[in-house]
Write a protein that binds this ligand. Structure first.
Ligand code: PLP
Length: 383
């Protein structure tokens, strides 16, 4: 019987423990496994290669993303790096310019010096990717992020996948961190790999850092699995157990994140202190129609421009009481971020301008607190 998302989130990879009946599978806090005799084992040999707690999470997230398999890592960046490490010198990556800062940094500081060709398209549309592919000698990965951080641009994953797959050997990877599989399943739209920083919505409680790669087929998963085992950037059993605990409530949390974010975005539009409110669920968002087509909801992040520039931003950040100034997003608690000095600090003035980030840009990660409290908090801090 095929199960639906909410059921899989709770039960996939979560069989009660066969030895005790414990309804929550235990944390297998072990580095290695006793072997009954030379050449004999119970399928587990050493925890860099495999660990039952980690495998449970991998089973669950592969099911939620509709992939064949999944590999878990110690951070989102470790997952991203592992996938890029499956490339060889001379291979090419095409990517949207509006990319998570850490991904941009690892491409530029590690993979370009190692001989991987990297070509960006400022225009993350099917035409933009087509053009970038035409300027890449041996494209092997097309990197897509949607929605992007912090301006929540949306790319048409199905149309981009179709364009990329005309290039035979090139695979599409989607960083699905902002959407989560509850709102968007890139493999169903034609992507080959899905990446997550599970530190955000999947774990969801701002208490653990992690990452995963889900692959569409076992053949695509193989090189990632080899990299997970050989390079060894694995998560601890405790960390994957915490992540699993978060994933069980993903559907209800995301629903509330989306409801709160939409209500907040609408309230901010009515406040004169904000000249621009960016949220894919608003009809005036430039990619609202694509978002409606490929997503089941619009996520929990809202980005604004403040009318009175940086002094107004500083004042807002000081006066907010519920929204906490912090790096990161996707937790149950509301957080606020000033991209030019925090998440996007490594970008130059020019690079910020190219992406439309200014000294008045503020990003809210809308939590699941009471929405009236959240609106009141921003009203008192901005006014
Ligand atoms: C946070 C984030 C990452 C990096 O993940 P870490 O778990 O912080 O290493 C990658 N992509 C996106 C979109 C993110 O938000």
């Amino acid at each position: 019987m095929p199960h639906s998302f909410e059921t899989l989130a709770i039960h996939a990879g979560q069989e009660p423990d066969p030895s005790t009946g414990a309804i929550t599978p235990p944390i297998h806090m072990t580095s290695t496994y006793a072997q009954p005799a030379l050449g004999k084992n119970k399928g587990w040999v050493y925890s860099r290669g495999g660990n039952p707690t980690r495998e449970n999470l991998e089973t669950c997230l592969a099911a939620l993303e509709k992939g064949a398999g999944c590999c878990a890592f110690g951070s989102g960046m470790a997952a991203i790096t592992a996938l890029l490490q499956t490339l060889k010198p001379g291979d090419g990556v095409v990517a949207g310019l509006d990319l998570y800062g850490g991904t941009h940094r690892i491409l530029e500081t590690l993979f370009r010096p190692w001989g991987v060709e990297i070509v960006y398209t400022p225009d993350a549309t099917p035409e933009g990717y087509r053009d970038a592919l035409a300027h890449t000698a041996n494209p092997r990965l097309a990197w897509v992020e949607s929605p992007t951080n912090p301006l929540l641009n949306i790319s048409d994953i199905a149309a981009i996948s179709a364009v990329v797959h005309e290039h035979g050997e090139c695979n599409v990877v989607v960083d699905n961190t902002f959407a989560t599989p509850w709102l968007q399943r890139p493999i169903e739209l034609g992507a080959d790999y899905v990446i997550h920083s599970t530190s955000k919505y999947l774990a969801g409680h701002s208490d653990v850092v992690g990452g995963v790669i889900v692959a569409k087929t076992n053949e695509l998963l193989d090189p990632v699995k080899r990299m997970q085992k050989s390079a060894g950037a694995i998560p601890s059993p405790f960390d994957v157990w915490l992540t699993q605990r978060g994933v069980k409530s993903l559907a209800v949390r995301m629903q509330r994140h989306c409801d709160n974010a939409l209500a907040l975005a609408q309230a901010l539009q009515a406040m004169p202190e904000f000249t621009r409110v960016v949220y894919p669920g608003l009809p005036d968002h430039p990619h609202h129609e694509i978002a409606r087509k490929q997503m089941d909801g619009f996520g929990g992040v809202v980005t604004v421009e403040m009318r009175d520039g940086f002094p107004a931003v500083e004042r807002l950040l000081e006066r907010l009481e519920i929204f906490t100034l912090a790096e990161g997003l996707g937790g149950i608690e509301s957080m606020v971020n000033f991209p030019p000095r925090m998440s996007h600090e490594s970008l130059s003035e020019e690079e910020l301008a190219e992406r439309g980030i200014t000294q008045s840009t503020v990003r809210f990660s809308v939590g699941i607190e009471n929405i009236d409290d959240l609106i009141r908090d921003i009203r008192q801090a901005a006014g």
